[in-house]
Design a protein around this ligand. Sequence first.
Ligand code: CO
Length: 135
Amino acid sequence: MIGPLNHIGIAVPSIKDAADTYRSLYGVTNITDPGEMLSQGVRFCFVNLPNSQIELIEPLGENSPIENFLLKNPNGGQHHVCFEVADIYLAKKKMEERGAVILNEPRIGAHGTLVIFVHPKNSNGVLVELMESVK
Ligand code: CO
């Protein structure tokens, strides 16, 4: 079974502008500096909330998967939700046994732990990220 909701991923045209919105409109003060994952084609930062995080993701480099998303949603939009799991390889195996389509081999995500993505068709149109909990 999945563990806590870790974060909600929001694709945005500009991390800086989106972070400014969370500061000025919602009064958030704790937002991480942007990081980059070139292999996944994203720049990202985390808006830290008391019980969870919002992950802001912006396209990086050529053929970023976020680019296509933003073509369909030019102002940005909810891109994925991320739940924690104890063991990513076990989670992948179990999910596949249950008929889910896993979109990638486990790879290092924005928190430095292994992540996989579950096809949106398996979850009412929502792209689901599973990440191994940070120990
Ligand atoms: Co994420």
